[in-house]
Design a binder for this molecule. Structure first.
Ligand code: C5P
Length: 257
């Protein structure tokens, strides 16, 4: 691959290994566990990461910690060569999202989320901006797993939740987005429509017997993998477990990896 700008060349080269890993995982449908680092400040990240099985290479940094600490929240993950999923769920006018994607791409991340509900033009702008670097993957969040049909009805969405979610996802993929976040309950329906290639990330994972919390559309790790998820995002069932390493190992076992 040939790059023309010095700083961009260095940056894109750094990302290219992450990209090939992600694509290979998605296409072969070998599921990957992503740990959601939903903690208030980045001081806690090294001890959390170091306590988990070293085979876990993917970590999600979300709104809580990025709003608190900014890009320095990513320092330890980059130092230890982890893949970073920056879950900012961007949702704004196309120009603003396009520029935010360009800014995010400077942080050495692999995946970045936008809301599919931002509409086709916003999705196209996000995908185009990510392509300018050539390596950052954009993932569209369809319907949050904390929402159910009555929540959607209150927002004026009258079509069934599954139809709404599939429509959002189809729009995102046809706008050039690389993958989707959906509930495990929708993953198999998505695979029939979008095929094997796009990344399909499922939160709302709850091993049998764990607290559901605010999630409403949930499944076990095994169910999510069977439904076609390429990446499972898990936060509380691991971070709040008495023994996070054992909880992560059990989830990996249930995923069959
Ligand atoms: O703790 P828990 O396993 O429920 O964490 C799930 C993670 O996935 C959270 O960080 C949440 O922000 C994220 N997420 C979600 N539903 C979506 C998209 C992302 O729960 N639709």
């Amino acid at each position: 691959m040939i790059y023309t700008l010095g700083h961009k060349q260095k940056f894109c080269h750094h990302l290219s290994s992450s990209k090939s890993n992600i694509e290979r995982k998605s296409q072969e449908m070998k599921p990957e566990l992503i740990i959601a680092l939903d903690v208030p400040c980045s001081d806690k990240i090294p001890s959390i990461v170091d306590a988990l099985p070293p085979s876990i290479s993917f970590y999600k940094v979300g709104l809580e910690i990025f709003t608190s600490d900014g890009p320095s929240a990513l320092t330890y993950l980059k130092k230890t060569n982890r893949n970073i999923f920056l879950d900012l769920k961007l949702h704004d006018i196309p120009r603003t999202v396009s520029r935010a994607v360009a800014s995010a791409s400077k942080h050495g991340i692999s995946l970045l989320t936008v809301h599919a509900g931002g509409g086709r033009e916003m999705l196209k702008a996000a995908a185009a901006s990510a392509r300018d670097c050539g390596n950052l993957k954009i993932i569209a969040v369809t319907t949050l797993t904390s929402l159910n049909s009555s929540d959607l009805a209150e927002m004026g969405v009258t079509r069934p939740l599954l139809d709404h979610t599939l429509a959002l996802g189809e729009m995102a993929i046809s706008a050039g987005i690389d993958g989707l976040v959906c509930s495990p309950n929708e993953a198999s329906a998505f695979r029939k429509i979008i095929g094997d290639k796009p990344i399909l990330i499922t939160p709302g994972i709850r091993p049998a017997g764990t607290d559901v919390g605010d999630q409403k559309r949930i499944a076990t790790p095994e169910m999510a993998v069977k439904a076609g998820a390429s990446h499972l995002v898990v936060g509380r069932p691991i971070l709040e477990a008495k023994n996070p390493r054992a909880a992560a190992e059990e989830i990996l076992r249930q995923m069959g990896v």
